[in-house]
Design a protein around this ligand. Structure first.
Ligand code: 5AD
Ligand code: SF4
Length: 444
């Protein structure tokens, strides 16, 4: 019987993608996936460092994994515990110091080393506690097995890292400087995803719209060029890209929203705050007027386009007036979905040592007010879909027999009664009910 692995993923879509690539590597080495941690011979945590809570969760999960490791050991079974991802890059050797039962810890740019580390540990169980946190010269993508469809919707990393250094953010430190994969490599991977069953590709990057990969002639190409190339792939029905940085929304990229019919009419474009003073303190390269200009151009390119965003409340120095400006921008753009967070102090970032930190109580109050407003727009948009026909890509079984769940072009979850062999297909549905979080409807 082959050995089993279990991966728990925290954080962003890039981590979800990384976990699927780690799984590909482990499968190639002959391991089998399990969804049950207590039957896993290898337990992996793919971690997120973006906010304090995400990192704390890791250590409570590790504590539980240790108990399972001890129980299994009494039954004569070995369990290798590994931690990968951004917490490793940030904490380095500290992870093993704090959790000495962790067998290896690997940063986000080094996970292609995992099979070698596993071998090393299995050969000599006395030796463990390896930490790999280099920013290597080679690209990890060169060492990974070919990517296969993760289902009808697949992620494809085209860019990694960030050079923006927003003053609150750990990403430039944990994921390193920007790296763009060459055009041909991305197109090859996209074709393979489609051949293995993908209908929707989501191009991923921390700063995806600053993509600048080389083409076959060594010429640097932007995301617009890449999108056109990918849109040519036969059988591909939908394209998305995320996450974009407002100041890097070039006109040729905006034009893609008019010219590429399979580019979905939904864009995640984090604004973070509506106050110019705070945006400056955050070191964002846009003010609120710049942002609104980009949004207008996008709405002009595709009048059906809708937006989502990320927000931070309680950034150091944020006054009531600054916060009001964030509410104002929400009222102007009318986001249909959003993620909003209380500012979290991250060691090593400039904002963590700013002396005008906002009280926790104020952060909480502002978050509540902002989320109420955001949910209201989300709810209104969902309700406005009632009576409309939407193409839905079915990708999950529903709770009831005969029910499947799919995604609309706007990333809403939609429940529908339909035959089970419609799974992984796009069907047309008339929306009949809507809540803040999901839709349901009838197949036509
Ligand atoms: N505190 C709170 N939110 C943060 N984000 C990034 N860093 C922090 C932080 N220190 C949020 C931003 C970003 C999203 C991925 O996480 O809104 O867009
Ligand atoms: Fe972090 Fe800013 Fe880069 Fe986004 S653009 S990953 S928030 S530093």
């Amino acid at each position: 019987m082959s050995e089993k692995y279990y991966i728990k993923t925290f954080g962003c879509q890039m981590n979800v993608y990384d976990s699927s690539r780690i799984a590909d590597m482990l499968k190639k080495e002959g391991y089998e996936e399990t969804k049950h941690q207590n039957e896993a011979d290898i337990v992996l945590f793919n971690t997120c460092h973006i906010r304090e809570k995400a990192a704390e969760k890791l250590f409570s999960d590790l504590g539980r994994a240790h108990l399972i490791q001890l129980e299994r050991s009494e039954a004569g079974k070995d369990t290798i515990i590994g931690v990968v991802g951004c917490v490793v890059q940030a904490e380095d050797e500290q992870i093993i110091k704090r959790a000495p039962y962790v067998d290896f810890a690997v940063g986000p740019l080094m996970y292609h080393k995992i099979p070698q580390l596993l071998q090393k540990i299995q050969q000599n169980r006395e030796e463990h506690g390896f930490v790999e946190t280099d920013f290597p010269a080679e690209s990890k993508f060169d060492f990974l097995p070919e990517n296969r469809a993760q289902g009808a919707c697949s992620y494809l990393a085209v860019q990694e890292g960030c050079n923006n250094f927003c003053t609150y953010c750990v990403v430039p430190y944990t994921r390193g400087v920007e790296y763009s994969r060459p055009v041909a490599e991305v197109v090859k991977e996209a074709k393979r995803l489609v051949e293995t069953g993908t209908l929707e590709i989501n191009l991923l990057g921390q700063n995806v719209n600053s993509y600048h990969g080389e083409d076959e002639n060594g010429k640097e190409r932007g995301l617009a060029y890449l999108l056109h190339k990918i849109a040519e792939i036969d059988g591909l029905k939908r394209i998305r890209y995320t996450t974009s940085y407002p100041a890097d929304m070039s006109d040729d990229l905006i034009a893609c929203h008019k010219d590429i019919s399979i580019l979905m009419p939904y864009l995640h474009l984090p604004v973070q705050s509506g106050s110019d003073r705070i945006l400056k303190a955050m070191n964002r390269r846009h003010n609120s007027a710049d942002y609104l200009r980009v949004v207008e151009k996008l709405y002009a390119a595709n009048p059906l386009l809708k937006m989502s965003s990320d927000f931070i409340v309680g950034f150091p120095g944020e006054s009531d007036d600054d916060f009001q400006k964030t509410l104002d921008i929400v009222n102007k753009v009318k986001y249909i979905q959003a993620f909003s967070f209380k500012y979290s102090r991250r060691a090593g970032t400039p904002a963590a040592v700013m002396d005008n930190q906002v009280e926790e109580k104020v952060k909480k109050e502002r978050l509540d007010i902002l989320q109420t407003l955001l949910f209201d727009y989300q709810d209104k948009f969902n309700k406005s879909c009632i009576g409309k026909t939407m193409p839905v890509l079915l990708e999950q079984k529903g709770r009831h027999k005969g029910q499947l769940i799919g995604r609309t072009p706007y990333m809403q979850n939609l429940h529908v009664e339909t035959k089970s062999d419609n799974m992984n297909k796009i069907i047309n549905v008339v929306v009949s009910e809507a809540t803040t979080n999901s839709l349901s409807g009838k197949e036509i």
